[in-house]
Design a protein around this ligand. Structure first.
Ligand code: C2O
Ligand code: CU
Length: 409
């Protein structure tokens, strides 16, 4: 599968008529919805027409070879205006992913350099498959490409898969009205054995993805994002449109069957204690809260070093007074305990760690490289909540900073 994506900075017009000066892939926000099949070789040519800070594309949640990870200053140099770059990888697992620039990401993602990536299973599934990507573009809430409620015709009895993606900087709560649903996928991995839920909200961390499934009823179904004027009505052609229900939060920790067995033995344990302190950053230009890991702020944060083949435990604790959606590149984390108590394990690549919460996760070190490990509230990453996971014996020729022009955050 060959794809070409052109980064450029046009003025775009939203369905409400608002005009916004955005950064785009192919003149659309979000960029084109990419659909590939599990195991397919995907080749994407990124062309930068006129984004003057340079761009890159990170394939969020896809555990691909390190050289294809698309992080400026870590796995490549950012692509300057007039330049291009080719990514090539096999999509290893069916599931819901997204892509975004990882050059000046706090700025470029917010302004529109992102899109959905769906990896379909090899066996064709019956039914409709819909991406619902929530974003905030210059303060304007979007669901997909729209800043208002949209409608779509769906025949009763059709199997519906709704792929919720949150590309904004903070958690979004999705809700449905008019149907129950099952959660069938989290962060690009199947979630087996879950029962039907009604009325619950589905909190999706910044950068996270949750897949819902239900058979289309004879009445309309309404999807909403709490507190935002966007939505999607699935319309069978008749019946009153219901209100969206935003009940208690869905909790993956007590849902369905284990996604994988918890390893019995760990080769290494790492602590990830997230805190904050007041200080100067960005070379003394700003004074404010600095995010810290184990008491150190970027760039003084240590790198977590693994050896290929190890099974590693990361224990997160957050005493920073703010939630942090922690994202690990190139690997999935099997979440197996919260606040010291076992949970029904699930795979995550973007895990919301609330204030005061503790999580224990297992990572299998099977993808050598230098990998970003950061908060996906991207302004937090810009303000220091960034570290790296490295493998012994692996280095990178790329550099971050002023002289290279590579600024991944
Ligand atoms: Cu979604 Cu480091 O990225
Ligand atoms: Cu954060």
């Amino acid at each position: 599968m060959r794809i070409r994506l052109v980064a450029q900075a046009p003025e775009i017009r939203l369905p409400s008529g608002r005009q916004i000066r955005a950064l785009t892939f192919d003149r659309h926000v979000p960029g084109p919805e990419l659909r590939v099949r599990e195991g397919d070789l995907v080749e994407v040519t990124l062309v930068n027409r006129d984004v003057h800070d340079g761009v890159s594309i990170h394939w969020h949640g896809v555990d691909l070879p390190n050289a294809e990870d698309g992080v400026s200053g870590v796995t490549q140099d950012s692509v300057p205006p007039g330049g291009s770059y080719v990514y090539r990888f096999r999509a290893p697992y069916a599931g819901t992913y997204w892509y975004h620039s990882h050059q000046h990401s706090a700025d470029q993602v917010e302004r529109g350099l992102y899109g959905a990536l769906v990896v379909l299973p090899r066996r064709r599934a019956e039914g409709v498959d819909i991406v619902a990507l929530a974003h905030t573009l210059h303060g304007v809430p979007l669901l997909g490409a729209s800043d208002r409620e949209e409608r779509r015709r769906v025949t009763p009895g059709t199997n519906v898969r709704l792929r919720l993606i949150n590309s904004a900087d903070v958690l979004r709560r999705f809700g449905l009205g008019g149907t129950g649903f099952r959660v069938v996928g989290i962060d690009g991995r199947d979630k087996p054995g879950g029962g039907t839920l009604t009325g619950v909200s589905v909190p999706v961390p910044a950068g996270g993805r949750y897949d819902l499934a239900f058979p289309m009823p004879a009445n309309p179904v309404r999807l909403g994002v709490r507190g935002e004027d966007v939505g999607l009505v699935l319309d069978p052609g008749h019946g009153a449109v219901p209100e969206v229900q935003f009940g208690a939060d869905f909790d993956p920790a007590v849902y369905g069957a284990p996604s994988a067995p918890v390893p019995r033995h760990f080769d290494r344990h790492f602590a990830v204690n997230i805190g904050r302190r007041l200080g100067f950053f960005e070379g003394g230009l700003h004074f404010g809260w600095q995010w810290t890991i184990n008491g150190k702020a970027f760039p003084r944060m240590p790198m977590y070093m693994l050896r290929a083949g190890e099974t590693v435990e990361f224990s997160f604790a957050n005493h920073s007074h703010v939630a942090h959606p922690m994202h690990l590149h190139g690997h999935h984390m099997l979440v197996f305990a919260r606040d010291g108590r076992p949970v029904t394990p699930w795979w995550s690549d973007t895990l919301e760690i609330g204030q005061g919460e503790r999580f224990d996760v297992a990572v299998i070190a099977q993808n050598p490289g230098v990998w970003m490990f950061h908060c996906h509230n991207l302004p937090h990453a810009e303000h220091g909540l960034v570290t790296h996971v490295g493998y012994e014996g692996v280095t990178t020729p790329f550099r971050m900073g002023k002289s290279s022009g590579n600024e991944p955050e």
